[in-house]
Structure formats: C-alpha cells, structure tokens
Design a protein around this ligand. Sequence first.
Ligand code: WT7
Length: 633
Amino acid sequence: MKPFTITSFEEYKEVYQDSIENPASFWEKYAKTFDWHAPWDEVHSGSLDEGNVKWFEGGKFNITENCLDRHLEEHGDKVAFYFEPNASDDIKRGMTYSDLHEEVCKFANVLESKGIKKGDRVAIYMAMTTELAIAALACARIGAVHSIVFAGFSAQSLADRINDCDAKLLITNDGLERGEKLVPLKEISDEALEQCSTIENVIVCQRTDTDINWNDDRDEWWHLLMEGAAIDHEAVPMDAEDPLFILYTSGSTGKPKGQVHTCGGYMIWTSYTMRNVFQVEEDDVYWCTADAGWITGHSYIIYGPLLNAVSGIIFESTPTHPDPGRLWKVIEKHNVTHFYTAPTAIRALMKEDIKYVNNYDLSSLKVLGTVGEPINEEAWHWYDEKIGNGNCPIVDTWWQTETGGIMISPLPGVTKTKPGYATLPLPGVQPALMDDNGNEITETQAQGDLVIKQPWPGMTRGIWGNKERYMETYFTKYPGNYFTGDGCRRDADGYYRITGRVDDVLNVSGHRLGTAEIEDAIDDHPRIVESAVVGYPHDVKGEGVYAFTICEGEISDPEAFKKEVNDLITRQISPIAKAGKVQIVSDLPKTRSGKIMRRILRKVAANETDDMGDISTLLNPEAVEQVKSGKAY
Ligand code: WT7
C-alpha cells in the first residue's frame, strides 16, 4: 500500500495529477491492496449526469474480512478498540483484533439464527460501546444492511427511520448513561416499535441497571444469545455495489434521507482517506470523539481505522464529564497520538479554565483533526497552541454523509495549513466553484457553490427508495456535477475555505438539521398557524435554532410557550434540535409567490438588521418592520 501514503507536497501534486488523468488505473491500484474473492468487471461506470455511478462492480469480497480476518496473523494481539466508559477511571479496556473478530463472528451467527439474511435491514440504536461496532460489523459480515440511529434521537425519529427502510430487527441497550443523564433506550425503542410493523426481533444489550419492560415474543438478551453462539463464521461474499449501510441525514426539505453506501467504494474511500489524512503508524493510538450514529463514527471510528489495523478508542462519555478535562485526561491515559474532534467541542472547552488542559500530559499527540463545521480562527489557534503545543499539524477535514469520507483536507506534514481552510482536495477529488448562472468559476480566487466534478468511489449511491429525490438534491442544480449544498471560497493559493450551507440545512454543534423537519415538528402545536426556522450565529454551537411562529390568539406566557415548542421538538426529533430562540410574529415576509423570504429572517436572527437588502419583491413589506421590532424568547 506504500505508494498511497503521500509523504511530500511534490508527491501530492504528482499523485493528484495522476488521479484526475487516470482515475481507473489510480483506483484499481488501491483496490488491489485488499482481499477479494473475485475480481471486478469494470473499475467504474455511470455518470454524475445520470446519478448511476458504480465502482468495482462484479468484484466479490466482504468488508469485515478486510477489517479483521486479514489482520489476524500479523496484528491479532493488537488492540482494535480501547473502550472508555462514561464513568471516568484508570482502567484500560482493550479488545484485540482476535477478540473483535471472534465477537463479530459470534454475533453474525446470532443474527443468522434470527433469520437475518443478506440484504435485510437491521436498525442499531445503541450506546457508544464496543458492542455497537460488533453489531454493525456482524451485519456487514452476513450482508445485512445496517442503519445506525444516533441514540440521542427520539422514539419518533427512530420509528421514521425503521419504517423508511423496513428494518427487520432492532439492536438496542436497556439504557445508556451519558454524562449525568440516563437515556432509557429500551423504553424509547418500545415506544417507537408501536408504530413499526416490520421489526420481528429486538436484541437488548445490557448496559445499565434500568428497569425495562419485556416482550417475550420479541425481545432477547444479547449476552444470552452470545453464550450459545459458535465462534466460526464464514463471511458472506458481497458485490462491491451491494449496499453496506443506510444512514439518515437531514436535507433542506421533508424527512431525513437514507443515504446508501456500498461495500466496495466505501471500503476503498474510508481506508484511503484514513491512511493519507491521518498517517497513523504501527504503534499509534487514534481517537475520533464522534458518535457512531453519525457518518464520522462510521468512517473514522469503525471502518477506516479497522481497515488500516489501527488501535482506536470508543468513547461513551462527553467532553465535560465528570469535568471539562475529560478529553485531555483520556489523551494522557491512552497516549493518544491522533485526535479528531469537532470545532464545537473545542469552542466549549476553550472557555474553561486552562488548568483542565495543563493538568495532563498531552505530549503523545502528533496530529489533530477537526470536522463537521467551519472552525473559526480563534478556536484553530487555541487547538494548535494549547492542545498541539504548536507542533501538531491540524487537519481541517471537509466532507459529508454523502461523500462517505474526507474530500478536502491538508495532509499532515505535507500541506501547509492555514486557519479556517480545509486547504486542498485529496487525490481523486475534483472540486469546483459555481456562479449564480450555473457556470464554473475558473479564476483561482473566487467564491461560489461547491460542487464535485468527477465521481469518486466513496460517494452515496442513492437515497433509500427515492431515486427522484437523489437526482433532484445532488445532480439537478449543476448538471454533470455533484452539488454539495455548501458555499465555499478559494484563495490565491487555491486553498478551499467552506463558508457553510447555502440551503435550508442548519449545522448545530456539528449536527445536521433540516429547517423543514423542525418546522414540521413545531407546527403540531395547537396554537401555531405557521412557522419558519432559520439559524443564528452561536459562539459555541456554531449555529443555533431560531423559530419564528405565527400564533392563533394572544400568547400570554411566551417562556412557557417556548418550552412547549421545545418539548415538541424533543419528542419528534431530538433535544439537539431545540430552539434557542422563539419569536412570536403576526406575519412572515413572503415573496409574491408565497415563499417565505428566509434571507430576511436570517438577518433578523443574526441581529444584522441595518441593511435588509432588496425587499421590493415582497408581497408584504410591512412584515419586515414587524419582525425586526419583535422580541425573541
Ligand atoms: C456538512 C456535512 C463530515 C462529517 C460530519 C458532518 C459541514 C463538514 C466541515 C469542515 C466546514 C464542514 C458542511 C457539510 N462541514 N466538515 N471541515 N469545514 N464545514 O457530516 O452531517 O453530513 O454534514 O458539514 O456544511 O456540508 P454531515
């Protein structure tokens, strides 16, 4: 695999050129570094125009053999995962590659004994524990399609996801502890399943002492099933284009969309990006703090690290439990060399007393990473100086659920970094900026909508059950290109700086939320006639949720009203989507065609009301003054 770990900027430029000129031979070379049962017919086919891109079709293999079996001889005794539980202690809990392999084989046998077959969908709604990774990998081993649902989502969100993909089996915990909070996962699952007719079995992994209800016809304990399971399991051969998993993510309209990632392209993309962006060496310890319920956890806690036989950490807790020194404590405890987190965590922790950092020895660190949202310069410098001691390159990695893995990022020690810039595309990635007329901007220094011009192996192959929406969301605005939904600036060095979403998607603490789904939730309030949700700048979360609501009759207690609104959001989506501000208005500014002019609401929410821009096309210009002068709670 050596030729693909890029170690100098000269080499980067050469490899980049080659990847763009000869994509087939470039990716074929990389694909050949994996174990396959049968070779592919064609390296790639299809186009972004038609939304039918395929990679390595006809090739047969199983991703878990490449994550586990292949490493056993050389790395069987190496730790695959250290588990760091919610409660802080000094015990190191390492699970080796051999142990993980055995557990995955056993659980694969359990799933098959429950009648799960290749192509069936399995929902996973679990705490951040090693068992979550085992559950996902066992699905992959038998060819079942996993759909992991972040354990902070509500019963309604879980039910929506299960129903959208007709999942047959659910794997959950009795409950989980996160910080001081106890989340009753089984109880939430029971509530969700009242609306789900496709789930035949529920496997419950014990994690807490929570009292739970039990349905003898449906529920079984993980540990009891595992007791009797055989440790051998022959992995089911999969086609490179067979689906590996579905992961739901929010878009600008409607309910979350199930992004489909396939076995082959995703394996290649996560392995390749992990290797080059982090440059992890044999004895390194790599820690990504994300939750496995998001794509970052899929790609850079589970698949990417295992494909590269890296030792990683599964972290069950929060950055502030039991105190704001937790992340730094874990780095010292495990001699972490590579640390990957979100700007929101950095912004929250830099507000705390610096003693929480200085209490710990962080000298093991070599590379720092950030992901999920733009990082402001102040946070970048704090991360660089206080955590990296000025000598750890920061990789600001831009990518999305849809891209499968990292797309634009510095390579540590290779690319000169610049605060706030994701810098340059990885080989194989061809970004471009588009202007308002749909033309590519060819000047180096420019600003526009970010698109990707060429298919890449890791890209989403579809929205589960909805080809039309897939085409419309990604391939219609700029035909022949993949549209990211992000705005972007390119500087004189050709470096890319992501400016944020240009659609109605919010990024709250690195969590992606659709304004439409939040509006849907709050419109259920009996007094709300119409609502419009926009983002506003928030110094820790990056963006906060701001809800404008038109109500029937007088709202005498706006604080209580806000709580009711947030209870609805919590029930239907998740507490992560709660509105930081709620404003009651009598009218919303609309265009003559009846569309809410969100640009104006965003200005009001950001408190930038001096220049409201052109409002001459409004149906009801008087609404602007009224919204401007209102009060938010
Ligand atoms: C959106 C994708 C990437 C995995 C986690 C989020 C924003 C992501 C960066 C970055 C600026 C970033 C974009 C993107 N984003 N990384 N380094 N700098 N913005 O995945 O939930 O699919 O969200 O996150 O707006 O479109 P996601």
